[in-house]
Design a protein around this ligand. Structure first.
Ligand code: GLC
Length: 551
């Protein structure tokens, strides 16, 4: 059976301005990205998610859009976008765009018109209050950097609502014209070759805001509407929601009725698995993952999780208890400047794991072994580090390290003119960590990632199958789970501690002789029947028990 593409995809997230400069102005651009598609194709990714590419004052890395129908001139033109989409499709790579429509930039002409003229047709595209809202200091998303959610605008003579920064006024989703406009925006980019959207801050889009009521009730009809419209325009386009909400709430983002047809988002980021995976790594204990998999909400049949370890934001640990969060912070962000918003970590994975190769492999093997479609952030495949001298979440947006030169192969401009500095100090400097040298080295992390991605693409049961955690007498550090699907059955063993163990698998019967498809080391040939298996410290073994129907 041929599965839906998003269930078997490997997604790669790119910050276009940091990836590859093509015109020597020191800023990455769409043509630069197009010129690197062969690299992505060789890596094996099948879908590229572009962080915002629209014109923007860039006060929140493009998550403050001032024109939804354009391309940020630093990044290129609409023609460059279409060329990227065409070239990508020729290589079997699809594009997802960030759709940031909870809010616009305060520089967007809609907001400028709305604030300047009470009679403006755009006035009710935003959320206003004539009185000072009693809850205006509540519901802040960026503690330490944001002080309120309602700000008085002198020109409008009213308070406007902004869930995020004050330069990001929220759109008023109860206004019909806003809904219609956003459908047009989606249609526009689908026509130009996008395969779908990552819906930024989805719960806040759905929220119905009233002064004094925080949080407001959610209006899921917006998602119903999008799904219908997107699918009508382009049959195989997808909607991927960013919704870091409670497990009880999540299924509603995919289906209108529990257990019903998948008539809302196709995909949801697996925030729950993310935080628990980090806790498991910090403690060297599989239990948080066992619990997380057991409690994984059931989504509609065609809906899919999108798994990740690090993304473009801070590593958000807000859904852990204080004790759990402290354990993760102590292990992976011991210094204050590594932390942000009292809840997160602004580092990349490799330095968090102290560059320990076996542990980095274990972490990513585990992510790719979790139910869903894996999402990988640019640079993680070579073990890039962060630059903590940069403010906030800029630390994880340094230019891609293509080679070991002073410019890291990113741009022909003088490094002083680069959009952000090349990481040039410490163990993760471009001189030491770069694609050029990793390509030449058969044992490099990059080569390992190429293999991981290829293996995952050969194991559709991980993307589409039913996960089960095996209840075996095991050391706490070991997770053994399996996926069953018409396409096959795979058994996955991961050891979260740096202590070798032996796992007794005699009770696990397979109908066919098992075969090892991926492992941290050569463990020798497998017996026809599974017996006791060794697992190195931080080791992993993926064993196929049945090769099903792949016709
Ligand atoms: C989402 C994005 C984040 C951005 C925020 C406001 O949470 O992931 O980067 O700052 O929305 O748009």
């Amino acid at each position: 059976m041929s599965e839906r593409w998003y269930k078997e995809a490997v997604v790669y997230c790119v910050e276009v301005d940091s990836f590859q400069d093509s015109n020597g102005d020191g800023c990455g651009d769409l043509r630069g990205l197009t010129s690197r598609l062969d690299y992505l194709s060789r890596l094996g990714v099948t879908c590229v998610w572009l962080n915002p590419i629209h014109p923007s004052p860039q006060r929140d890395n493009g998550y403050d859009v001032s024109d939804y129908y354009g391309i940020d001139p630093r990044l290129g033109t609409l023609g460059d976008f279409v060329e990227l989409a065409t070239q990508a499709r020729q290589r079997g790579i699809r594009l997802l765009l960030d759709l940031v429509v909870n809010h616009t930039s305060d520089q967007h002409p809609w907001f400028q018109s709305a604030r300047n003229d009470p009679g403006s047709p755009y006035r009710d595209w935003y959320v206003w209050s004539s009185e000072e809202p009693p809850d205006r200091r509540q519901g802040i998303v960026f503690p330490g950097e944001q002080t309120e959610t309602w700000t008085f605008d002198n020109k409008a003579g009213q308070w406007y609502f902004h869930r995020f920064y004050d330069f990001q006024p929220d759109l008023n989703w109860s206004t019909r014209a806003v809904r219609e406009e956003v459908k047009k925006i989606m249609g526009f980019w689908l026509q130009l070759g996008a395969s779908g959207f990552r819906i930024d801050a989805a719960p806040f889009v759905l929220e119905q805001v009233t002064p004094g009521v925080d949080p407001g009730p959610l209006d899921f009809s917006i998602l119903d509407d999008w799904r219908q419209d997107v699918q009508w325009r382009t049959a195989d386009a997808v909607v991927l929601c960013e919704a870091n909400v409670s497990p009880e709430e999540l299924p509603k983002y995919c289906a209108a009725a529990p257990g019903g047809p998948n008539d809302r988002a196709h995909m949801l980021f697996a925030f729950g698995i993310n935080a628990r995976l980090w806790l498991a790594l910090a403690r060297g204990d599989a239990e948080p993952l066992v619990e997380s998999l057991a409690a994984l909400p059931k989504l509609a049949a065609m809906a899919q999780w999108a798994t990740f370890l690090r993304n473009h934001d801070e590593l958000d640990l807000s859904r852990l208890t204080d004790e759990q969060r402290n354990d993760v912070m102590r292990e992976f962000a011991p210094k204050q400047d590594m932390r942000i918003y009292n809840r997160g970590i602004r580092r990349r994975l490799a330095p968090m794991l102290k560059g320990e190769r076996r542990r980095i492999e274990l972490a990513y093997a585990l992510q790719f072994a979790m139910p869903g479609t894996p999402v990988l952030r640019y640079g993680e495949e070579i073990g890039m580090g962060e630059d903590l001298r940069l403010p906030g979440r800029e630390s994880i947006r340094t230019p891609m390290q293509w080679d070991g030169s002073r410019s890291a192969g990113f741009s022909s401009a003088s490094p002083a003119e680069f959009v952000r500095p090349i990481l040039s100090r410490g163990a993760f400097a471009a001189r030491l960590v770069n694609i050029g040298s990793e390509r030449r080295d058969n044992g490099s992390l990059l080569r390992w990632f190429e293999q991981l991605i290829r293996v995952v693409r050969e194991c559709p049961e991980i993307g589409v199958g039913e996960p089960t955690v095996l209840d075996l007498p095991l050391p706490r550090s070991v997770l053994v789970h399996r996926f069953d699907a018409p396409e096959g059955t795979i058994l996955l063993l991961h050891n979260l501690a740096d202590v070798a163990v032996t796992v007794d698998l005699r009770s696990v019967a397979g109908s066919e002789p098992p075969s090892e498809v991926f492992a941290d080391a050569d463990y020798g040939p497998l017996a026809t029947k599974l017996t006791e298996l060794d697992l190195h410290g931080w080791g992993y073994r993926w064993i196929r028990l049945r090769r099903g129907n792949r016709g």
